[in-house]
Write a protein that binds this ligand. Structure first.
Ligand SMILES: [Cu+2]
Length: 477
């Protein structure tokens, strides 16, 4: 830079040459920026993301991160001894700028049992820093690196046995913002997928040990976002308003599985595939995120409602925990999405023509027994996967409908549950459940039939729900 400043113009200055040399200096500054000043990084717990970087020059960034080992909640009634970066799973989100000199301070709490280190995929150097950051309990280590490549990178512990340190929760994301930054958006969130391998099956209560055998077979009991079942659902849902643009920084820590990341009811307008800095894909339904990789997705939310974040390897979402929620507030936008407009009777084998051409047929009035029969069919299609074929539920995960004191105390309340879904703690037959039931997209009469079936099956005595009851509940919302 100094050389360029000293460059002499052999001719008289004129405005053109002034302009040319000014742009030369500007280009030179961009190519070879000098580190200026120093600051401590502000780190955040998921789903929060640190504010975007306003600096237009590189600086020395000091990062303080503490490794801990502590018991925490994996699911309701299920505990696990998590090993963490910063006290939570996933580890804290780090945000620096391309060209920054990062001085990393890794501290391991004295009450840890294990040594830990850190491999940041943003590091150019042996082990991604792991070789220089092996830190025994009660010790601290320091190493530095220059963030040469911008992008969204995973970091994780790489102390042997590496798989076990990752499986126990030691991972997070570091974003190296490109010099020119990212385009501004209204909301940014931090989402990290990972697996847990527990001694007991999904939902089995108590403090669960790590299961090495299942880890080797790559058959996790839990696949979750942000470290536990329900960390992004109900009251923990991430939020946005109609018309806003949302950017998700999504990581997949594995340790084994690849994620087919999808948001139900949304299309990613832009994907920075694999966490690189080129907005290189548009209009994507599901994006593949490798284990130890990431993606940045952006989308404008156009209509209100609840949008589910899932791994579209779908049993992971509804049976192993890989389910999050984005709640979008705002006015309905019927020109984009109408909602249910009409419910019609469909008569195959010719009868259907009547519906298409003429007056819509009234929904047939079913007798009590017919309602129960029809409801049973709909129950097996829509409810049995969670509440089980005999309504017995799954301990710790899905409450029973057979003999449920919660259901039988107020069958009208059950309508609202089926229509709108339910989340947050409830007590059924003395057991607390804190899961998420998504609202069911069925017609008023279908829901009436299902609930009538449930009230007359599995040892439940009796009761009848009518389509008008369902319509009334729906209208209240
Ligand atoms: Cu570790």
């Amino acid at each position: 830079m100094k050389n360029i400043h000293r460059t002499r113009n052999p001719f008289r200055f004129n405005s053109l040459i002034l302009f040319l040399s000014a742009s030369l200096i500007f280009t030179a500054c961009q190519a070879n920026e000098e580190i200026r000043g120093e600051e401590y990084a502000v780190l955040t717990h998921a789903p929060a993301v640190p504010a975007s970087i306003e600096r237009d020059y590189p600086t020395k960034v000091i990062i303080e991160l503490e490794t801990t080992e502590r018991v925490g909640r994996l699911a309701d009634g299920v505990e696990y001894t998590f090993w963490t970066f910063g006290g939570e799973v996933p580890g804290k989100f780090i945000r620096v700028r391309e060209g920054d000199l990062v001085e990393f301070h890794l501290n391991n709490r004295p009450d840890s049992k294990m040594p830990h280190n850190i491999d940041l995929h943003a590091v150019t150097g042996p082990g991604g820093g792991a070789a220089s950051s092996f830190t025994a309990p009660g010790k601290g280590t320091i190493f530095s690196f220059t963030a040469l490549n911008p992008g969204l990178f995973i970091y994780h512990c790489a102390t042997a046995p590496v798989g076990m340190h990752i499986a126990n929760g030691m991972y997070g994301l570091i974003l190296v913002e490109p010099k020119e930054g990212f385009p501004p958006v209204d909301r940014e969130y931090y989402v990290m997928q990972s697996e847990f391998y527990t001694g007991g099956a999904y939902g089995e209560g108590g403090l669960q040990p790590f299961d090495m055998g299942k880890a080797l077979l790559e058959t996790p009991d839990y696949v979750v976002f942000n470290g536990s079942v329900g960390s992004l659902t109900g009251d923990n849902a991430i939020v946005a308003n109609v018309g806003e643009t949302v950017r998700l920084f999504v990581g997949n820590a594995g340790p084994n599985l690849v994620s087919s990341f999808h948001v139900i009811g949304e299309i990613f307008d832009i994907v920075y595939v694999e966490g690189g800095t080129v907005a290189n894909q548009k209009n994507v339904q599901s994006t593949l995120i490798p284990a130890g990789g990431s993606a940045i997705v952006e989308f404008r939310v156009d209509v209100p409602g609840t949008f589910l974040l899932v791994d579209h390897s779908i049993f992971r979402a509804f049976n192993k925990g890989a389910l999050g929620m984005l709640t979008v507030h705002g006015e309905q936008q019927p020109e984009i999405y109408s909602g249910l407009q009409k419910e019609r009777v469909y008569l195959p084998e010719g009868g259907g023509i009547q519906v298409i051409q003429g007056e819509e047929l009234p929904v047939p009035v079913l007798s009590g027994a017919e309602k129960i029969e029809e409801g049973g069919r709909l129950y097996s299609q829509n409810c049995a996967a969670c509440h089980q074929p005999e309504g017995q539920g799954i301990a710790g995960a899905f409450p029973p409908l057979a003999g449920s004191d919660y259901l039988l105390a107020d069958s009208q309340r059950a309508i609202g549950i089926v229509v709108n879904g339910l989340s947050g703690p409830i007590v059924v037959n003395g057991e607390t459940y804190n899961g998420v039931m998504p609202g069911v997209l069925l017609s008023d009469s279908d829901i009436a039939n299902i609930l009538t079936f449930v009230l007359n099956s599995f040892g439940n005595e009796d009761g009848e729900i009518f389509a008008e009851d369902v319509a009334r509940v729906r209208a209240q919302h």
